[in-house]
Design a protein around this ligand. Sequence first.
Ligand code: SAM
Length: 338
Amino acid sequence: MRIKVFTLFPDMLRPMLAQSILGRAISAGLLRVELIDIRDYSKEKHRNTDDYPFGGGAGMVMAAQPIVDAFAANLPEDFHGRRIYLSPRGRTLNQRVVEELAGEAELALLCGHYEGVDQRALDAVIDEELSIGDYVLTGGELGALVVIDAVARLVHGVLGSDESSEDESFTTGLLEYPHYTRPADFRGAKAPGVLLGGNHADITAWRREQSLALTLRKRPELLETAPLDENDRALLSRLKRAGEVEALLDERGVAYERLSMQEADRWPKEWFAAFVPEAMRKAAKKQCFSGRRHRGFLWRAFSMGYIPDFVGGDAAWERWQAYGIQGGLGYVPEDAGL
Ligand SMILES: C[S@@+](CC[C@H](N)C(=O)[O-])C[C@H]1O[C@@H](n2cnc3c(N)ncnc32)[C@H](O)[C@@H]1O
């Protein structure tokens, strides 16, 4: 992948391109980044590249001549890559766009400064405007670095193994699950037990659930386009339901801790016996153990939580405490209005 960056401040980019993964990719020849100083193409006496805006207004505008000449001198006639102007007006960068750009053999990135660039230069040399987010930067250099960094990760061989970029936020259409490393107990904060157990199926299931839960909480709109299977959908409806109960608990000031559905599923029999009143077990079993759709019944783990209208009330709470397990089966009656 070859990237040409047209900028007034090439020194702003150099340190980033010399370090870490980008630095190694460039040294290994997997990535070629060329910094072109637009000032070198100015025909003005003092190498000026900007001027006052026609029509008045604050700030300066980057003039067309040095930019158009810099492009002409550095891009061959048969340049087939994409010519991009970093601009807050552009299409917003996301992982899909990054994947698209990584498919190009070559990119040319124009960094604006001051108030922006004379429109005629953009009309002459730019294919597309790209924004890195809905905020305004002082210049396009940071935007260009963001594009280079995100695209470079997808270039074969840049990351240690090709798998490293497969599982990540957005690549799967979802946000990524949390990571943990040694020690297993950091000042009392424990890494999730499932990750230490070595059961790969459990670990994969736990990670998928965490991804779904995080995406549901932080970026629910991503779920509309993420590829989901039947298990994901079932899990999501449980998570949504759990979220509704948590909102109720928050409203009532009840402390609780979210356990993974996987953990919650491990103990249902014990919880069931401990907390669901005899008379309701038949119906609850149907809901919880087979269909797992929990309309009136919900299995949900609350390590320190207590739903006040928990069937069984204080007696159930005492049983729960006596049980001594870090969890419980939350039971929400059908008429709780959730
Ligand atoms: C101060 S900004 C100009 C903003 C411009 N007057 C406007 O309101 O759209 C200077 C330069 O920073 C770059 N820039 C600013 N915000 C950006 C963003 N969100 N994404 C990409 N580039 C940005 C562009 O290259 C722009 O020409």
